[in-house]
Each structure stands twice: as structure tokens, then as C-alpha cells.
Design a protein around this ligand. Structure first.
Ligand SMILES: [Zn+2]
Length: 78
């Protein structure tokens, strides 16, 4: 029964890992802290940086805005 969900989760994880791996900048800045760097969610985060690719891309967007405006590096917003 759970196989489909497991597979979906697995492929999502792989996609996220791939997305993170292809954007080296994030992993140099961020360390896993047990919660999502974007929204602060702690559910199922473990040693990941974000809940999913949406949080990762939102964080990256804000981070690039901050860089452009000369603001300090982003931390969790909440
Ligand atoms: Zn999140």
C-alpha cells in the first residue's frame, strides 16, 4: 500500500538533492539545522535544508534579492 507514496517521496528527495547539488551556492552557505531554512518547518526535515524544492527556490529568490540589495545573508524568516 505504501509503496507508491514511498516511491513518490523517494523521487522527490532525489529531485531535491539534484536541485541542491546543481546549485552549489546554497550548500556552501547553509548547514542542516533540523528545520527548513525558508519556512522553519521541522516536520521530516532531518538533515535536509528545505521542505521541498518550493521552499528551496523561494529561499534562493530571497537570497538573491538580499545579495542585490546588499543585505546580510538570509536566515530563517520565522
Ligand atoms: Zn519550508
Amino acid at each position: 500500500m505504501a509503496d507508491e507514496a514511498d516511491l513518490a517521496f523517494d523521487s522527490e528527495q532525489r529531485y531535491l538533492n539534484h536541485a541542491l547539488a546543481t546549485r552549489g551556492q546554497r550548500s556552501r552557505i547553509l548547514q542542516p539545522m533540523g528545520s527548513c531554512h525558508h519556512c522553519g518547518n521541522t516536520d521530516g526535515i532531518a538533515d535536509r535544508l528545505f521542505c521541498d524544492v518550493d521552499c528551496a527556490s523561494d529561499w534562493e529568490y530571497e537570497h538573491s534579492l538580499r545579495s542585490r540589495l546588499g543585505l546580510p545573508a538570509a536566515t530563517a524568516l520565522h
